[in-house]
Design a binder for this molecule. Sequence first.
Ligand code: CP
Length: 308
Amino acid sequence: MQLSSKDLLGLKYLSKEEIQLILDNAVTMKKIILGKSKKAPHLLGKSIVTLFYENSTRTRLSFELAAKYLSANAANISSSSSSVAKGETLIDTGRTIDSMGTDILVMRHNISGAPHLLAKNIKASVVNAGDGINEHPTQALLDMYTILEKRGTVEGQKVAIVGDILHSRVARSNIWGLTKMGAQVSVAGPATMIPKDLDKMGIKVCDTVEDAITDADVVMGLRVQLERQKKSLFPSAREYSKFFGIDEKKLKLSKSDVIILHPGPVNRGLELTSALIDADNSFIDEQVTNGVAIRMAILYLLTRRENE
Ligand code: CP
């Protein structure tokens, strides 16, 4: 089996089987990361470029390390240091990178749909590393991988996603992916941060965090994306953390072996208490490790697709 598209733009477009293929390949890739020598030949002779129009620590570095661990040539370009700052268009920038023999272009952009536009206009595979408020597919894949690793399965797991759903590309990708893989998803957040018609995506929209996390197997906090809000959508950080922050008291409503996830970067004390971030059942750091494995799997599968 192989991925059906040259690009990975969102979990909206992947089948359950394709998601499973990526998760299965990530198991092998994690062994490389944890092994003595973090070097395997899977991408020898391939070139991977990351083009980021927004800040990133985890996604950008993990794609770069994923490429290097698999022996690819890896290069970074950021909008501030490129000719984008001189007025070059997105498509012209993409074509320029394409013309240098790039096999995969990993891209983050503040505009929803920007990677889709580039994918139509260049030969290289485009991987969406986060587009506006639309999707962050590799984050949701690493979240599902972490659930699979810690809970043994994604199917049937009750996953509560809490926070700023409206501005969260992580939530959107997770909803697409988790529902395809058979999880039961419930969401909660301030009414001003819940998009209309969300219940049509096959999930439960709850009025309170308490309702969403009751009997949950997985509780996922989301970062409050202050940079994407045109105006403040909640009165104060104190009130947000009181009603929508996850603390020890609220978490007691979930299963006794619940796991805590957060895509990062985390605002300590706002979305989750510091104690919960550092708790034994918090796998936020392991999500980062798993992010490298997932990105290795995606880069490998996209290049293998060409060779078949
Ligand atoms: N989770 C995530 O996308 O983090 P970065 O913004 O640091 O890449």
